[in-house]
Write a protein that binds this ligand. Structure first.
Ligand SMILES: Cc1cc2nc3c(=O)[nH]c(=O)nc-3n(C[C@H](O)[C@H](O)[C@H](O)COP(=O)(O)OP(=O)(O)OC[C@H]3O[C@@H](n4cnc5c(N)ncnc54)[C@H](O)[C@@H]3O)c2cc1C
Length: 469
């Protein structure tokens, strides 16, 4: 028998959660935490973390076996982490480096993985529709633009490389580009139809409600202190379970013995006020179209369901003492870089007020490549390390973990990230210096290339810390 305590509404706490992103700020429901766990409980599957990975896993487990007793423990509220803060790109493409998944020793597994990411864009839209999750899902594709020669060269070589693996991104001619959006000074552009826009907090929160309807118990404001076979020890009580799954992505580095599993690299965003129809007409931005560029520190953007531009990019390295903290989620320098990208690419919106600025930690493994692991002996599993591509990857992880837990012999469980292990990051301060170098050198290279139109070779200095090939 579980004893629970319903927290009283706490306006300060709700304001803190809403301040984490535009998306959490604009969800229509109140953000009052669910009851926390107050006494020990037994169940079949315990899941730590109520982001996309944890909730997709609970959802698919319930689809396969409705009788399973599933308990999710979440330190804050569902969607508190990057699942409620991201760019809302539901985009195909493998999370990680093809070579890390064995590309080169044979192309087939990586091609299969890529196809799975393409199918998953539709899978997410399908679930949202079936389950009535109003998350603004709109599949209108993703565009990448190059506005300097070095960017053009990168875009073309990237496209050629990924095309070989079965990616269906293709180059656009200027006429085709004009049909999608008006951006000045574009030298080259590539487009993939396998991408959709969402309001991520609506999806992750909606998924939480769907899971509850299916009988999953979610305890919020419940921190797991220790995750081990058969049990999750929380501050106030313990969840005993046949199967234990860890879905804490970048926050995994805060658990005992896990600090070097990932580099917690920050990605930050800004959003404008809602823009009027005449500005959208001038921008010519097809609704739902995702737009990014080919800078080293590239931007990613979307037209939101309430007609804002939300635009993000990497930057802001973590601080050595506390790699993950709400204090690292804003940076005037990164916000200014994003405002410049906004002015340059979308001049009709140049005068729009920026109403929101936020960010969150990406989980970057040493080889930048994701893992889904389940040990059938200990019945402990985990998924993560999506390196900033977790929206699609977490859905794949959810379906795959469900199959692994239930011992199902499906195509998913033989994809190349299943059982993949990246080596750990070097001890501090090397990991910290690597994060500084990645952000610093790539930022300087972007400046140099924008100024001179020539490729900056200094980026080689950080290649030992970047994805392999
Ligand atoms: C600014 C930004 C933009 C991004 N844009 C995109 C994008 O457009 N497309 C894309 O594909 N990816 C994007 N990503 C990455 C993507 O958001 C993540 O990879 C994905 O959301 C990870 O989901 P998750 O459920 O694994 O982890 P999270 O969303 O981090 O969820 C983990 C949960 O675990 C909880 N938790 C942590 N520790 C504990 C504990 N000890 N006990 C209990 N609970 C705990 C946390 O509170 C959190 O709610 C972006 C990320 C950021 C930060």
């Amino acid at each position: 028998m579980t004893q629970t305590v319903t927290p009283a509404a706490d306006p300060g706490l709700e304001a803190r959660y809403r301040a984490r992103s535009l998306w959490l700020d604009t969800i229509p429901e109140p953000l009052i935490p669910r009851p926390s766990l107050e006494s020990d409980v037994d169940c079949d599957v315990a899941i730590v973390g109520a982001g996309f990975t944890g909730l997709w896993t609970a959802y698919y487990l319930k689809q396969l076996d409705a009788s399973l007793r599933i308990v999710v423990v979440e330190r804050e509220v569902a969607g508190y982490g990057p699942s409620g803060r991201n760019g809302g790109w539901v985009s195909s493409g493998i999370a990680g480096a093809a070579r890390a998944y064995g590309y080169g020793r044979g192309a087939e597994p990586v091609q299969r993985a890529l196809r799975e990411t393409q199918n998953t864009v539709d899978e997410i839209g399908g679930v949202a529709e079936r389950e009535g999750i109003d998350c603004g899902y709109l599949k209108a594709g993703a565009l990448t633009v190059a506005t300097t020669e070095p960017q053009r060269a990168r875009l073309e070589s990237n496209s050629a490389r990924t095309y070989e693996r079965g990616d269906i991104a293709r180059a656009l001619d200027p006429g085709e580009l004009e049909q999608l959006v008006h951006i000045p000074g574009v030298l080259a552009a590539s487009f993939t139809p396998d991408a959709a826009r969402i309001h991520p907090a609506r999806l992750v929160r909606g998924l939480g409600h769907v899971c509850e309807r299916l009988g999953v118990t979610i305890h919020e404001r419940t921190a797991a202190l220790e995750v081990s076979p058969g049990r999750v020890r929380c501050a106030t009580a313990t969840v005993r379970a046949d199967t234990v799954l860890r879905a804490t992505e970048s926050y995994t580095t805060q658990l005992p013995g896990e600090s070097r599993r990932y580099l917690p690299l920050y990605s930050l965003m800004i959003a404008t006020e809602p823009l009027p129809a005449d500005v959208w007409a001038e921008l010519g931005w097809r609704d739902g179209l995702l737009i990014g560029d080919a800078h080293h520190l590239f931007f990613y953007s979307q037209r939101t369901i309430d007609d804002r531009i939300a635009i993000g990019g990497r930057g802001s390295p973590y601080r050595l003492r506390r790699p993950i903290s709400e204090r690292h989620e804003r940076s005037e320098e990164v916000a200014e870089r994003l405002r410049q990208a906004l002015r340059r690419h979308f001049p009709a919106a140049a005068d729009a007020a920026v109403t929101h600025h936020w960010g969150g930690p990406l989980a970057v493994p040493r080889d930048w490549s994701m893992s889904i692991n389940f040990d059938p002996r200990t019945r402990v599993g985990l998924a993560g390390g999506y390196s900033g591509h977790g929206v699609v990857a977490s859905n794949i992880a959810g379906r795959t973990l469900a199959d692994l837990v239930l011992g199902r012999d499906t195509d998913l469980v033989t994809l190349p990230w299943v059982g993949h292990r990246s080596r750990r990051w070097e001890p501090e301060p090397v990991r910290f210096l690597a994060s500084r170098a990645i952000v610093g050198i790539l930022g300087q290279a972007d400046h140099f290339e924008d100024r001179t139109g020539r490729t900056d070779r200094r980026t080689r200095l950080v290649s030992p810390f970047m994805p392999p090939g």
